[in-house]
Design a protein around this ligand. Structure first.
Ligand code: NAP
Ligand code: GDD
Length: 321
């Protein structure tokens, strides 16, 4: 029998790759989509799946819309990926971030509990929850210390997922995913901001690239690998919490060096430090320990950072050309 999945945030980076993965496995894929005046289907189109998914109008902050989406899609699996996901913006829009990123997850959990309690639920938790890190390598037992309104909203969503699992016996999992990138990454995030600028500079359309704290370190992987981990979590006998990461960390500076060097440029000739891109509170370093995901899910990141950056620069070179 065909399985049904509901993805909130289907038009985002992860939503698009996850939809592609599930369609490939024969699922009927439904996506909750807020109404926007501009085009938000470009990622689904780039993957050639815009007509293969069934879109349902609705905002994750609106419980009635979420209830209707769950009823209509009758899902075996629900992936809650919808969020105001840009950390920088969360200081400008803290309450909207709380409503969408935090309460939105509670809305989806309520809909599961009330309408579809046998469905398997996945919550997109994040390494931002570790914030001011309390251990050199962060795993499922590391205490959280969020450093942004986004991190705080995600922490609420995370604990609500754990709470609904323990209170109501839902098959509910959290994936504590470290940064993951791809050619479908939003251009406001640093890796894509860099690869887009590299392509524009190489084509003579731009001269400099203005960045904030390039000494920050992140554990970067490929989004295509990470959506596999999401699916593996919903295939387990019960819900659980998993760190998903590569286990290596790199500075933004080094990431820039690799990206510019890929097209024969020196980042030092183009990168300008601009205070407007510094954050009120920074997460200086993230480094995940994915041993549990490897042991229980059989999952391992398979795309090295230089291959990921090359993939992103090449895609942006094609787009700019
Ligand atoms: P993304 O590209 O920003 O996608 C977010 C999605 O949520 C978009 O489809 C967006 O639609 C949708 N959305 C925003 N507000 C909504 C609302 N009120 N109702 C319904 N949908 C709404 O993020 P991503 O990189 O794919 O990440 C997916 C999830 O994983 C997010 O929850 C993110 O916080 C989390 N996460 C990401 C990473 C990472 O490194 N990528 C790491 C850990 C966790 P519009 O585009 O129309 O606004
Ligand atoms: N965006 C951005 N723009 N970041 C910059 C810039 C810049 O010009 N200059 C330096 N950075 C630094 C940020 O200060 C941060 O330390 C690092 O680059 C990464 O920033 P982002 O790419 O915006 O990602 P993030 O780590 O803040 O958040 C992403 O990863 C989280 C998981 O750890 C998002 O995808 C979140 O939704 C996700 O939860």
């Amino acid at each position: 029998m065909t399985k049904s999945a509901l993805i909130t945030g289907i038009s985002g980076q992860d939503g698009a790759y996850l939809a592609q993965l599930l369609l490939g496995k024969g699922y009927a894929v439904h996506g909750l989509m807020p109404r926007r005046s501009s085009d938000t289907l470009w990622r689904l189109r780039e993957l050639g799946i815009a007509n293969a998914v069934q879109l349902i109008d609705g905002d994750v902050a609106d419980l009635s819309a979420v209830l209707r989406a769950v009823k209509q899609s009758n899902p075996d699996e629900i992936y809650n990926l919808a969020a105001q996901s840009f950390v920088g913006t969360s200081w400008q829009q803290p309450l909207l971030t709380a409503q969408v990123t935090g309460v939105g997850a509670a809305n989806v959990l309520e809909a599961v509990r009330l309408i579809q309690p046998a469905a398997k639920f996945y919550q997109a938790s994040t390494s931002e929850q570790f914030g001011l890190i309390q251990a050199e390598r962060q795993d499922e037992k590391t205490p959280f210390y969020p450093r942004s309104p986004y991190g705080a909203a995600k922490l609420y969503a995370h604990w609500m997922t754990v709470n609904y699992r323990e209170s109501f016996g839902l098959h509910a999992s959290t994936g504590i995913l470290f940064n993951h990138e791809s050619p479908l990454r939003g251009v406001e995030f640093v890796t894509r901001k860099v690869t887009d600028a590299v392509a524009r500079i190489k084509h003579g359309q731009q001269k400099e690239l203005r960045l904030g704290n390039i000494d920050a370190k992140r554990d970067w992987g490929f989004a295509g690998d990470y959506v596999e981990a999401m699916w593996l979590m919903t295939q387990q006998p019960q819900g659980d919490d998993y760190v998903v990461a590569t286990g290596t960390t790199t500075t933004v500076r080094e990431m820039c060096r690799i990206a510019f060097a890929h097209v024969g440029l020196n980042y030092e000739d183009h990168v300008v430090i601009d205070p407007q891109f510094f954050r009120p509170a920074e997460v200086d370093v993230l480094l995940g320990n994915p041993a549990k995901a490897q042991r229980l899910l059989g999952w391992k990141a398979s795309t090295p950072l230089d291959a990921l950056i090359a993939m992103m620069v090449d895609a942006d070179m094609r787009r700019v050309a």
